[in-house]
Design a binder for this molecule. Structure first.
Ligand code: 6PG
Length: 479
């Protein structure tokens, strides 16, 4: 066998298979390998005419099929299966070769793997890939980490298979060293959770408060999708809401069990944010809302709890309310992206990654699950001011929120009055008001901490750290 393949893909479940096909369709010779060899044979049998595949059965054959430096992409389950595959292939590789992990790995695992393989001279490229099955085949958004050298060799190939933004720019950038790519993919998924939760709350309000049926809500989302909320998630929301269950004739959304599942990347986003001290309250509420939905027994036991009488709106009032919900959704969305980008900045600082936030927003413009017209504007904000402290400090976004805030507050007030849960909208507004506030009750918190634990405090009018002798004569001493 000649060593002619420019890239190899091992792990041919749907994501791996579609990525392999994407490389082949773009003119690359692709070595393919899977633990169960029949899957490799099926791929070549079914899609062999799409390009040049080299089907291999053993690990040795697979590695031998690759040109040097070898680019070996692993598309297996995150966690132990990834370590097992690395263990199998690393001994067969040589210095300068690359192992590219395209799964949803935890960035801390990626950092460890990168460190271990670096000792062997192997480049480990933890790569976030977003866009689901379709994206993998037709063009995903790609977030590679790893060394600069590996990007020099791999980047052009990833650029070729990636999604292209409207201006033609490929949706891939070298995010930063070691785990930076997987970190950014993790935050992408956290934002994805928040977007989905906010859309869910908007839907619930349109049904329960405005009294619209799912098909009518779908039409509203379709209209919104022609404006500033234009995005993949809004588009598919309209599709899901207008779908009718063939078996019952009921709206599909009414026959699905209302318990949302998760594979964990949203949860990681929140766990890491807690460690970094970054308030990602909107993303956290999205994760908790999924958890709450899953507690079926607890929910059943709570159904009798008191709530207000439903008072649905109708006619022009309902239509006006829907317009307000659009404002609330948009404003809350700005906040969740603000929180996500804050986490990226904090992670970049903690791990020394030097992440270009403008470049990250640019590669999310197409291919990924959170792709949206809105990301072009985020990119513009970071391009205009790369050191932007927060998206909310961008004048355009600040102006838009200012214009939306009355409706945003009104929608929340209505939701509270009518007992419709809106944790995402509420967290977003509290974050906004928290940042705006000239004084926060944190001063009182400090006083309490000093009272019971002599934890000390700082003063607004003098440098230094102080303690009040609470149990004595209450004089203040320098601490
Ligand atoms: C993507 C998606 C993808 C996957 C999520 C779903 O960017 O293509 O985010 O990675 O669909 O992992 O996550 P949950 O199962 O946790 O909802």
């Amino acid at each position: 066998m000649s060593s002619s393949a420019q890239i190899g893909v091992t792990g041919l479940a749907v994501m791996g298979r579609n990525l392999a096909r994407n490389f082949a369709r773009n003119g690359y010779t692709v070595a393919v390998h899977n633990r169960t060899a029949s899957r490799t044979r099926d791929l070549v049998k079914e899609f062999g005419q799409e390009g040049d595949f080299v089907a291999t059965e053993t690990a040795e054959e697979f590695v031998a099929a690759l040109e040097r430096p070898r680019r070996l992409m692993i598309m297996v389950k995150a966690g132990d299966p990834t370590d097992a595959v690395i263990k199998e292939f690393a001994p067969l590789l040589e210095p300068g070769d690359m192992i590219i992990d395209g799964g949803n790995a935890h960035f801390a695992d990626t950092r460890r793997r990168e460190r271990e393989l670096r000792e062997q001279g192997i480049h480990f490229v933890g790569t976030g890939i977003s866009g689901g099955e379709e994206g993998a085949l037709h063009g995903p958004s790609i977030m590679p980490g790893g060394s600069k050298e590996s990007y020099a060799s791999l980047g052009p190939m990833l650029e070729k298979i990636s999604a292209k933004a409207k201006d033609g720019a490929p949706c891939v950038t070298h995010v930063g060293p070691d785990g930076a790519g997987h970190f950014v993919k993790m935050v992408h998924n956290g934002i994805e959770y928040a977007d989905m939760q906010l859309i869910g709350e908007a839907y619930q309000l349109l049904r329960d408060v405005a009294g619209y049926a799912p098909a009518q809500v779908a039409d509203i989302f379709r209209t919104w999708n022609t404006g500033r909320l234009d995005s993949y998630l809004i588009e598919i929301t309209a599709e899901v809401l207008s779908h009718v269950d063939a078996a019952t004739g009921k709206p599909f959304v009414d026959v699905v069990v209302d318990q949302a599942e998760q594979k964990g990347t949203g949860r990681w986003t929140v766990q890491i944010a807690l460690d970094l001290g970054v308030p990602v309250s909107g993303i956290a509420e999205a994760v908790f809302a999924r958890s709450l939905s899953g507690h079926a027994a607890l929910r059943a036991a709570s159904r009798h709890l008191a709530g207000p009488q439903p008072a649905p709106l109708s006619g022009a009032e309902a239509a006006a309310f829907a317009d307000r919900v659009e404002q609330a959704l948009y404003a809350s969305k700005i906040v969740s992206y603000t929180q996500g980008f804050h986490e990226i900045a904090a992670g970049g600082e903690e791990y020394g990654w030097d992440i270009d936030q403008g470049a990250v927003s640019a590669i999310w413009r197409a291919g990924c699950i959170i792709r949206a017209a809105f990301l072009d504007r985020i990119r513009a904000a970071y391009d205009a001011r790369p050191d932007l402290p927060s998206l909310l400090s961008d004048e355009t976004f600040a102006r838009e929120i200012a214009a939306a805030q009355d409706d945003w507050r009104e929608v929340l007030a209505t939701a509270v009055r009518q007992g419709v849960p809106t944790p995402g909208f509420a967290a977003a507004l509290s974050y906004y008001d928290g940042l705006r506030a000239p004084r926060l009750p944190a001063a009182l918190t400090q006083g309490q901490r000093d009272f019971f634990g002599a934890h000390t405090y700082r003063r607004v009018d003098r440098e230094g750290t102080f303690h009040t002798l609470w149990g004595g004569d209450r004089t203040e001493v320098s601490a």
